[in-house]
Design a protein around this ligand. Structure first.
Ligand SMILES: [Zn+2]
Ligand SMILES: [Zn+2]
Length: 635
């Protein structure tokens, strides 16, 4: 047989040679490192005999494919440990997932968190025993018989769903499991793992079926990799916007009102107001007009737009008003289109850029709701651009540049662009798809940022650019989208009078730059760990009189700052100054100004900054100027 390696070199081996033997023929050390092999496009065990002509890549634990094999094998080891501790456990499925794995079990008793340590200890024994993973095959009938006899109803159901023929199993020591493989050569190759949590999960994700218990674990190629990941999780938990939102009194979600519906508290609303104010000003400066539209619309509107066809599962049930059906809007587009259609449009007027902070309602399953990141009601920073074909490329370039400028103003500088192109099923003229895709690509090339093409990944109605931003923890968040729409412009029959006197179809582009205000706020909160830059901070300066004797002077300082628009507050509580300073720090307020006898006498304040510490005694005017500069610079 002929083996072709990734560097295109090749070598002859006897038929039936295994990847392990091939690795050994290269070097003993390599053979010890590798855990699986990729043969052509398929991952296989190291013990799989090969023949014919094959492209072979030997897989190490740290390779992406290797991590998947490792994590998947860890789920078998965990299942073996669970079976040893709970002999009545019925097993469902156990795949690898990002960073780890899970396995679903049907157990007579609910698992407790303490059980995880026991299971982990049992896993350690299995790993220490270094049991080989051995593959064997059974016929479908034999497999069914085995599972039915053992009362493994979930496994039996899985086998029933498989095609006739042989079914592969893996055995490590006293444990057998139905599986396609591949796996680690032996359990001892699992070096770094940890069980993380327990959750409920329906069998086959179907809420009418059995509720199972899912154990989540993580696994990495090395102990250092695991440590690093656990540290990242700790850091992410410290920054969790739900926790910070509570500590800083920014927002809440009330079960009485409903999941995924956000209450903005005064401090959160302050930040949001700053974001929105800035957003509106920038839009006016950049040639947009702002519009306002209703929150509900008649069913005929959503029929015309097509939403009742392709988007209805994301919409709430209609309300009946005077015998007509009204729906809460999941999108703003049909309303902006209605403005366009409110009168005839001429080529001379185009382009129109109409923006709205439009609150939309979309159904999400209660199980997936997550703080501000996944909600049921949210405000899109939406806009629709209607333009002539000759204006379209410039509009796209303009939109992308505006988008980057806006996002950068919030302190994000690490971006990646994703261009999604025409899918197999699509609507719209091929020439328009081509021109639109070319314009998006040209705009991406011009801004010179890292980008990727998602070939065929576009919506059926047009190509788009997604912009993902990286936060302080290196996590990617998708916020901005620039999306062509060939569907709605057709469905609503949008036209403008051309210079030739005939009707023409404009290009219609949806774009949201921050995405959803709720989600963007959540991203900001986690990015800054609640320590907003001065321009966004709900309270920018806290005045702290050393004792109530200086309350009056403190109040004049606060009012002085407020007069020029600085968000100053006064903590007049009769608490020790150290205690109140600690509170200011916990609230992550950018500046605090201590005033006592000397300050009152000399008309100054003792300034401290969150970033720079003690700034000494300063005149209030000095402080005003400093803050105003900082606010204007968004620093
Ligand atoms: Zn497996
Ligand atoms: Zn839209």
């Amino acid at each position: 047989m002929k083996v072709i390696f990734p560097d295109q070199s090749s070598r002859e081996y006897p038929d039936g040679t295994t990847p392990r033997a091939i690795a050994e023929s290269i070097s003993g050390r390599l053979a010890k490192e590798v855990i699986a092999a990729q043969v052509d496009d398929t991952l296989v065990d190291l013990s799989q005999p090969l023949d014919g002509e094959v492209h072979l890549k030997l897989i190490k634990p740290e390779d992406p494919e290797g991590l998947e094999v490792l994590r998947h094998s860890a789920s078998h080891i965990m299942a073996q440990a669970v079976r040893r501790i709970f002999p009545d456990a019925k097993l469902a499925i156990g795949p690898a997932i990002e960073n780890g794995f899970y396995y679903d079990f049907d157990l007579p008793e609910p698992l407790k968190l303490e059980d995880l340590a026991r299971i982990e200890a049992e896993m350690a024994k299995i790993v220490a025993a270094d049991l080989p993973f051995e593959r064997y095959e059974l016929s479908k009938g034999e497999a069914l018989e085995r599972f039915r006899a053992a009362g493994e109803k979930y496994k039996a159901e899985l086998v029933e769903g498989l095609e006739d023929g042989t079914i592969s199993f893996y055995r490590q020591g006293d444990f057998d499991d139905l599986c396609r493989g591949p796996h680690l050569p032996s359990t001892g190759r699992l070096k770094a793992y940890k069980l993380m949590s327990i959750a409920g999960a329906y069998w086959r994700g179907d809420s009418s079926r059995e509720m199972l218990q899912r154990i989540y674990g993580v696994a990495f190629a090395t102990k250092a990799g695991l440590e690093e990941y656990l540290k990242f999780l700790e850091e992410a938990a410290r920054r969790d916007h739900r926790k910070l939102g509570k500590e800083l009194d920014l927002f809440s979600i009330d079960d009485q009102i409903g999941g995924g519906l956000v209450l903005w508290h005064p401090k959160g609303a302050r930040v949001r107001q700053e974001i929105e104010q800035f957003w509106k000003e920038e839009h006016y400066k950049n040639g947009y007009e702002l519009v306002y539209t209703p929150h509900v619309g008649r069913s005929t509107l959503w029929e015309t737009s097509g939403h009742l066809g392709f988007y209805s599962e994301n919409m709430y049930a209609p309300m009946d008003i005077e015998g007509q059906q009204y729906y809460a809007k999941p999108m703003n587009c049909p309303f902006h289109i209605a403005i366009y259609k409110s009168r005839g449009r001429s080529y001379r007027e185009l382009p129109f850029r109409w923006a709205e902070l439009g609150t939309v309602y979309r159904y999400e399953k209660s199980g997936v709701l997550h703080g501000l990141m996944r909600v049921r009601g949210f405000t899109q920073d939406d806009a629709h651009i209607f333009c002539r074909p000759d204006q379209m490329p410039e509009e796209i370039e303009r939109t992308l540049n505006f988008c980057l400028k806006l996002i950068r103003s919030f302190g994000f500088n690490d971006f990646k662009l994703y261009l999604a192109t025409k899918p197999a099923d699509s609507v719209g003229e091929p020439e328009r798809w081509e021109a639109a895709t070319a314009a998006l690509q040209a705009a991406i090339d011009k801004v010179g940022l890292p980008s990727e093409i998602d070939e065929g990944g576009g919506a059926f109605y047009g190509p788009k650019i997604d912009l993902k931003i990286k936060d302080a923890l290196g996590r990617e968040w998708q916020c901005s989208t620039i999306q062509f729409d060939f569907n709605m412009s057709e469905r609503f029959g949008l036209t403008y009078k051309g210079s030739d006197g005939a009707d023409h179809r404009p290009y219609m582009i949806h774009r949201a730059l921050l995405g959803s205000i709720e989600r963007f706020f959540g991203v900001l909160l986690e990015h800054y760990e609640g320590a907003f830059p001065t321009w966004l901070a709900p309270v920018q300066a806290m005045v702290l009189p050393v004792t109530p004797d200086y309350l009056e002077y403190a109040r004049t300082v606060m009012e002085d700052l407020r007069k020029v628009g600085i968000r100053a507050e006064l903590d007049s509580r009769n608490e020790k100054i150290g205690y109140r300073i600690r509170e200011v720090r916990l609230q992550k307020i950018p500046y605090w100004l201590v005033v006592g006898e000397r300050e009152a006498r000399e008309g100054v304040v003792a300034v401290s900054s969150r970033k720079e510490g003690d700034l000494g005694s300063q005149k209030v005017d000095w402080l005003k100027e400093r803050l105003q500069k900082e606010i204007a610079a968004h620093s």
